[in-house]
Design a protein around this ligand. Sequence first.
Ligand code: NIG
Ligand code: FE
Length: 399
Amino acid sequence: MSFDHVWVNANLATMRDDTLGVIEDGAIAAKDGRIAWIGPRAGLPSHAAPVTDCAGAWILPGLIDCHTHLVFGGNRSAEFEQRLAGASYEEIARAGGGILSTMRATRAATEAQLVQAALPRLDALLREGVTTIEVKSGYGLEMEAELRQLRAARALGAQRAVSVVTSLLAAHAVPPEYKGRQGEYVQHVGEEIIPRAAAEGLADAIDAFCENIAFTPEETARVFAAARQHGLPVKLHADQITDSGGAALAAAHQALSADHLERSNAAGIAAMAAAGTVAVLLPGATLILRETHFPPIAAMREHGCRMALSTDMNPGSSPALSLLLMLNLGCTLFRLTVPEALLGVTRHAAAALGLKDRGMLAEGMRCDLALYCIERPAELCYWLGGNPCIGRVVGGIRA
Ligand code: NIG
Ligand code: FE
């Protein structure tokens, strides 16, 4: 058969079923950026393609970090110290810090500066085997700065071997120039920012922050209605600090995902499961904010709500530069099983982004691979630090 490249002598965690879909001593063949053949090495058809001997390494689908705020100016280590001294995330936000302090630093940065600041963060994630990453705006909070963040995100995808998926999060906080005129800002987002981002092809989805320190469910619904008018799927930061019915709201709008969910109720989770809305779990934010409410994992399992797991990489609540560390936190904090955690950064993360061509190792899927020097897949969740990733393949090409 005609292949471009073949990998042999590898154990494959295909993620095709809920127990990892392991193929021991497997082989994968790529053609035109896709997986053209996969199975036990003994069944590999004869071919003349170059071969990589993986020396017993494990191969997973390239990891997908499905919720990040990777592009921003400055950082918030000073607020971290304030929180260590007792201030809460909410208090800091209400005093004009938090998201608004990153907004000021982001507005002051050029696109090139935003890219330069984000590249080392991106590289840290890629080194661990990430091949697809979602990047949100949400620190511009005005037309040009929001678009600049999205352009910077697209530029990152052009500078590195990684697929970048963008979400416009203009409804992240009310900018100071709209203080006391929150409804007008929502209107501006819906009638001006979303249409422009859509027209320029800069946003793959629309996100919002539904919370008492951000936008109400009604305002969120208005943002979602604008997204729908422009044919864009939606996602939601939901029920992180209070239960504002965010899970049910996301489900009612057929959101791709609802994220955080620390305080979601079981009915909201049931609605998400019925709508196919993926629950994105963000244990980095739970840890950093020393949150004691955990997402209702039992209800997610009971209702069959798919769970994804992500870094939430952002300068405030989750300065997390390791998706592997999130696997560990997902298991230790949220009590996920190893297969649940690994599905959360592969197949279910793809679903959280609406991507049907990745997240599993199967014929016809993109040939995005992550190679690890480990004895068992559980090691990816077990180590607290360290990096067993020994290679990435993106679209069939060694990255
Ligand atoms: O996902 N929850 C809101 N947004 C971010 C935090 C943003 C920030 O603090 O800068 C999050 O946790
Ligand atoms: Fe977030």
